[in-house]
Design a binder for this molecule. Structure first.
Ligand code: C2E
Ligand code: MG
Ligand code: MG
Length: 599
């Protein structure tokens, strides 16, 4: 899953490195000032900016004040009383009558010491007074005090005091916002309802004090596992997940943007892992498990009430299903998630059980027609499911980190095969293996490649590593260093699926790459589709201008092959010649093909 919940974009990084949410600062609050004299607002703004308040709104026409305040929801209003058009008393009355602004602190600016207007302003709900001309130090102190009180009140109203998490009301507001058409923008949203199993027993046997300690410890681990940052006063949360205490031993997690429901399943598994370790409460080790229900928008409901209810239904299902687990509301999503979980467990054993195999697809030279190499493509020989294609298990391997181990196996196996063809049949085959994003950056690919080549006495020129374009563009510096290391071993580097990423010429030049593979999607439209043909032509020219060998992927027809040949492409792969086949079959095809050409 590329975007939303992947660590890049990913709001979720591996467990361990916790980042505490930033504490809201007083200076994050917007201060609005209504005064008909621009001089006054300017001076005040300068004073406040000096004190670190960055968000200042000045309104010099009092008739616009209400509209500005409703749109910007300031945390504090400074209000002049004597203004033409609409006086401060009337404005204050309107502010106190407005649902959204009712509790906003208002500091009233009075020209003289006029006890009767002060009294009237107080009656109408003014919080504080400031005399004009404004004294700088007094202004700063009054503003700070009023804001501190507001922040305290907001916290009382929005946060659960025990855990410090947002409360149910705030959670529902976020959910409402996230469901608004302008926010949901076609993405899926997941809602998680978590309930602790047997929490009542903890309360009853160890007492409420222990229960409270446990709840805040659970909240802390949940924060950690979900990386929820519950934001700043008055700031929009955007895409970050929102974790809340819904009440009692119930927690909620809102994931406003997910690419697919499985992402929520992955988060649920992380939560299960995070809570699996014992909690130390009053010197005892306590084990607690959660039951988690997940509803997904739009699949499981369009509105707040339905989504909340269905997450609750799913949670009770999970509880019924033996606790310490999670359940999606929808049967269909549940099945997909279960299947992935099952594949994940089985994939862990696939290597030991020798269930992985490499098949080989020929690479054919367009100038000679000879098979001059092979791409090793991974297959999983599953005991029940049969031959599982990589698209079904590579993403799982990447998410779980198994890809590093699998990648090692692939490199080793490919080298063993090269050696076997050489020693058994006397043929030299140059083999390309695919490297996963994770495989390139985690683990030590250079050492793996070096030792595999040594073990099987394979010459570096026999081995090609295929990397995708997007891998290269990600973390350019680290990647460039890795590639330089690999290239120093003498192996060739190839860019796979070329044309689908966003590489720029200047980057391409930096990488020590010898080959470009034009993505199948462009080859598909050749020669009929004008744009595809133009793109393919451009990619070939680009590759050659950088002294690279250009290979076309996915060639299925003779028309495609002929068109590519006339465009000057160097080699191709595709069903036209052969699918990926087991090693013996590959060797037989290669011998047949090349001897027909008189090798
Ligand atoms: P890829 O490296 O771009 O591999 C080419 C894919 O296109 C292969 O699918 C191949 O069977 C398929 N293909 C080849 N010729 C044709 C054709 O003429 N028409 C059509 N429609 N398809 C063709 P496969 O084997 O399912 O592999 C899919 C992807 O899985 C690969 O894309 C690669 O990204 C990944 N993969 C495969 N093996 C490995 C591996 O050992 N390690 C890693 N990390 N990824 C692998
Ligand atoms: Mg490939
Ligand atoms: Mg490819």
């Amino acid at each position: 899953m590329s975007q939303m919940y992947e660590p890049t974009n990913s709001a979720f990084a591996p467990l361990g490195d916790e980042i505490e949410p930033r504490e809201p600062q007083l200076s994050d609050v917007t201060v609005m000032m209504v005064d008909d004299e621009p001089m006054m607002t300017e001076v005040t703004q300068t004073y406040l900016e000096d004190a670190g308040y960055r968000l200042f709104l000045s309104v010099n026409d009092p008739r616009q004040a209400m509209e500005v305040a409703r749109t910007h929801r300031p945390g504090l209003i400074l209000l002049d009383l004597m203004m033409p058009g609409l006086n401060g008393f009337d404005l204050l009355t309107q502010i106190r009558a407005d649902d959204q602004l009712r509790y906003t602190p208002v500091i009233v600016l009075t020209a003289a010491s006029d006890p009767s207007s002060k009294l009237r302003a107080l009656e109408l709900g003014a919080t504080e007074f400031l005399s004009k001309p404004v004294d700088e130090s007094e202004l700063k102190i009054r503003v700070r005090n009023s804001l501190a009180f507001k922040v305290y009140q907001d916290r009382l109203a929005n946060d659960d005091p025990l855990t410090g998490l947002p409360n149910r009301r705030v959670f529902v507001e976020h959910l409402q916002d996230a469901l608004s058409p302008e926010e949901s923008g076609g993405h899926k949203l997941a809602l998680m309802h978590l309930n602790l199993d047997r929490f009542r027993q903890v309360n009853e046997t160890l007492g409420h004090g222990a229960g409270d300690t446990l709840l805040s410890a659970v909240a802390q681990r949940l924060r950690w596992a979900t990386r929820a940052d519950h934001g700043l006063i008055g700031n929009r949360l955007g895409d970050a997940p929102v974790l809340a205490r819904l009440g009692g031993d119930e927690f909620g997690l809102l994931m406003p943007q997910i690419e697919a429901p499985e992402a929520a399943g992955r988060v649920a598994r992380r939560i299960l892992r995070a809570l699996a370790k014992p909690f130390e409460i009053d010197g005892q080790d306590l084990f607690i498990t959660p039951s988690i229900g997940i509803s997904v928008h739009p699949d499981d409901g369009a509105d707040v009430a339905t989504l909340l209810r269905n997450a609750g239904v799913a949670m009770r299902h999970a509880k019924g299903g033996g606790r310490n687990g999670f359940q999606f509301y929808s049967e269909r999503i549940n099945n997909i998630s279960l299947e992935r979980l099952l594949l994940e467990t089985q994939l862990r054993r696939a290597i030991e059980r020798d269930e992985l195999v490499l098949h080989y697809q020929p690479k054919v030279s367009l100038s000679t027609g000879r098979i001059d190499g092979a791409e090793a493509l991974l297959r999983w020989q599953h005991p029940e499911l049969g031959l599982v294609p990589p698209a079904r298990f590579i993403p799982i391997a990447e998410e779980t980190g198994l890809i590093v181990e699998i990648g090692e196996w692939v490199v080793n196996e490919a080298c063993a095969q090269i050696a076997q063809w050489r020693d058994g049949l006397g043929v030299m085959v140059k083999v390309a293996v695919n490297i996963a994003r994770h495989g390139l950056v985690s683990g030590d690919l250079t050492a793996v490649v070096r030792s595999a080549m040594e073990r099987h006495a394979v010459a570096p020129s026999q081995l090609v590593l295929e990397l995708t374009e997007s891998m290269l563009m990600d973390r350019v510096e680290t990647t460039a260093a890795r590639l330089a290391e690999l290239r120093a071993l003498g192996v060739e580097l190839s860019i796979d699926d070329f044309g689908t990423g966003y590489s720029s010429m200047s980057y391409l030049k930096q990488f020590p790459v010898q080959e470009l593979k034009i993505d199948r999607s462009f080859v598909n439209g050749v020669p009929q589709e004008r744009t595809d043909a133009a793109i393919v032509r451009a990619l070939i020219v680009l590759g050659h201008s950088l002294d690279m060998h250009v290979v076309a992927e996915g060639v299925e027809t003779t028309e495609q092959r002929d068109a590519l040949q006339s465009l000057g492409c160097d080699s191709f792969q595709g069903f036209l010649v052969s699918r990926a086949v087991p090693p013996d079959e590959f060797a037989a095809r290669m011998r047949l093909n090349n001897s027909a050409l008189g090798r």
